[in-house]
Design a protein around this ligand. Structure first.
Ligand SMILES: C[S@@+](CC[C@H](N)C(=O)[O-])C[C@H]1O[C@@H](n2cnc3c(N)ncnc32)[C@H](O)[C@@H]1O
Length: 174
């Protein structure tokens, strides 16, 4: 099983990147009076890596690549993710005159969800754009000509206005 790259990289991420943070938690809580972990200025991740999670990843290409690969795992499972939304109906009501962008995947990693969507619904209209941090977007396989990528920090205003859909999965906690 661990020869399947996203499964292997999920385990590497768990042990190499996440476990050190979890191990930091008891000591951090003790030193901080057992307060809730809510601050970006002081938290176990910062105490462990000297930076918040995605800043730390962006400074470590190996860890970042493992994490990005791990994130593709959920789109390697047949018909789980894309089937949750009526994409065919969505395509039928798409009005290109309002915007030629059908869907933007905000914080979409290396495009795993949109690549899956394009593969399962080849006739899907409009532009499909995956946005993520610059170092993550740089690692996207550009051979899929139906998938556009854009470096964008989702804490800044959205540059693509009026798209039919904005897809967010596994990012609101960030
Ligand atoms: C848990 S992963 C989810 C990835 C993808 N949405 C999925 O479900 O497969 C969170 C993603 O958010 C991205 N991310 C974190 N902070 C970001 C920011 N400030 N702007 C854009 N993307 C960010 C990460 O690089 C990562 O790809």
């Amino acid at each position: 099983m661990f020869r399947v790259p996203p499964i292997r990289d999920w385990m590497k991420t768990t042990y190499d990147t996440l476990l050190p943070i979890w191990q930091e938690i008891p000591g951090w809580l003790r030193e901080n009076g057992y307060e809730d972990i809510t601050s970006l200025k002081s938290n176990p991740t910062k105490s462990m890596y000297g930076a918040n999670f995605f800043d730390a990843l962006s400074k470590d290409p190996r860890r970042e690549a493992d994490f990005a690969s791990a994130m593709s795992l959920q789109d390697n499972i047949p018909k789980v993710a894309t089937a949750q939304f009526p994409w065919n109906e969505a395509a039928a009501t798409f009005n290109k005159r309002k915007s030629d962008v059908f869907v933007v995947d905000v914080g979409g990693g290396q495009g795993q969800y949109l690549a899956r969507l394009i593969n399962e619904y080849p006739g899907m209209p409009g532009r499909k754009i995956v946005q993520d941090l610059p170092t993550v977007v740089a690692g996207i396989d550009k051979s899929n000509s139906k998938l556009e990528s854009q470096a964008h920090d989702f804490f800044t205003p959205q540059p693509v206005n009026g798209a039919r859909y904005y897809h967010l999965r596994g990012v609101l906690h960030d």
